[in-house]
Write a protein that binds this ligand. Structure first.
Ligand code: SF4
Length: 87
């Protein structure tokens, strides 16, 4: 297979597109609209911060799942997600 179209999808008609600030909306990947790595806390590899008052993880400045290479990054962490989700 020469193509990798399954790694990218874009929904330009979404009312929130692009939901993170970017200078390159054409390469903005909507595939992981809700990041599957959120539950990894500090181990997601993204650009997160924690709210000082409530301790909530804030991903507003993270472009990792939406950027070129984001699919491969998310998939590289899925073994860890599966391990943490075990009973
Ligand atoms: S959006 Fe970024 S910071 Fe938030 S969980 Fe995903 S990779 Fe981590």
């Amino acid at each position: 297979m020469d193509t990798e179209n399954y790694k990218f999808v874009q929904h330009r008609e979404c009312e929130f597109f692009p939901c993170h600030k970017t200078s390159d909306p054409d390469s903005f990947n909507c595939l992981f609209c809700y990041c599957p790595l959120y539950m990894l806390k500090e181990d997601c590899g993204g650009n997160y911060s924690y709210d000082n008052i409530y301790g909530i993880k804030d991903c507003v400045n993270c472009m990792v799942p939406h950027s070129p290479g984001g699919y491969d990054h998310v998939m590289s962490k899925m073994d860890l997600v599966m391990e943490r989700a075990k009973k």
